[in-house]
Design a protein. Sequence first.
Length: 347
Amino acid sequence: MSLSNFLSTLDDLQQQALDAFETANDADSLEEARVRYLGAKKGALKDVQKQMGAIDPSDRKTAGMRLNEFKTKVQASFDESKARLGGGDQSSLAPTFDPTLPGIRPQLGHVHPITQTINHLMEIMGRMGFEAAEGPEVEDPWHNFVALNIPEDHPARDPLDNFYLATAKTTSEKTTSDRNVEGEQLLRSQTSTVQIRVMEHQSPPIRVISLGRVYRPDDPDATHFPMFHQMEGLYVDEHVTMANLKTVLRVFATNYLGGDVQIRFRPSFFPFTEPSVEVDFLWNGTWIEFGGAGMVDPAVFESVGYDPEKVSGFAFGLGVERLCMRRHGITDIRDLYSCDMRFLSQF
Ligand code: FA5
């Protein structure tokens, strides 16, 4: 076979192969063309390679170079078509989804209703000039009890009513008047601890709120949970009165629960306030307790080094879950701590 014949056969074949690959519109026709032109047994390339033997040895180098070029170009064209058709793999060419169906929305999370409530409460109290303060959830007896005028024999300190941590000392080892009681710690049972922490580091005037978790071994029911949140408020200045306390709580309640909310102050007792009240809101015809409040007891001012003759103040502690429940009409606190998205996604 002459060199020119060989070359023109290759030109024709190359053109045919490129056309076949380029026009292949599915995996089957591409595979068919591959077998026809590049197939190891019967492909056209194989035939051409055989014809090399019939070429004059002096022309073989030229023929070989053209043959290599042919192989490279045809192979590249095949690869390109394979990629165009999705890898040439039958299964990947089949439509994997129905583009006419509506898409599947990714499930987006959102802020938990309690966190939403906390943000809302901070916003309302912030508008009244209260700054946010924080304290630790693992506390020492000084901040949870002693500085709050809760003596050692007070029932509020009973191990059955608190989550003492494993390092707690036995009763006989306790030195409760010592603010550096080493080793004895508990999960705070109230946010009133933050009153002490703030007053220890700041001088009056003070106007703070603190929102956070507290822990009590209460049996769960519709209005109790062993872990819940409180909003603590503290206002200390000269000439602060009970009227200020009632006004702040009323303004807060109408802002958060609406203008028609009914609020009641009921005489009560807390070791750290004097006088003390319980704060109730009317809910579906029943008065429900939302928190405690009162004028800061002089003993508390003394424990943080304030002069009770010079300053006065009020404090309050409201249950955040109950506020959230009242606003949203939730009847069982346990729903707030379930993982049921059907419930949580409503808020
Ligand atoms: C206190 O915790 C006082 N520290 C409040 C206070 C602060 C009084 C400042 C005076 C001055 P009490 O134990 O009543 O008070 O709790 C306050 C509120 O927390 C309750 O009215 C209720 O709304 C909420 N609460 C109490 N226990 C639970 C519980 N187990 N689950 C959910 N909410 C609770």
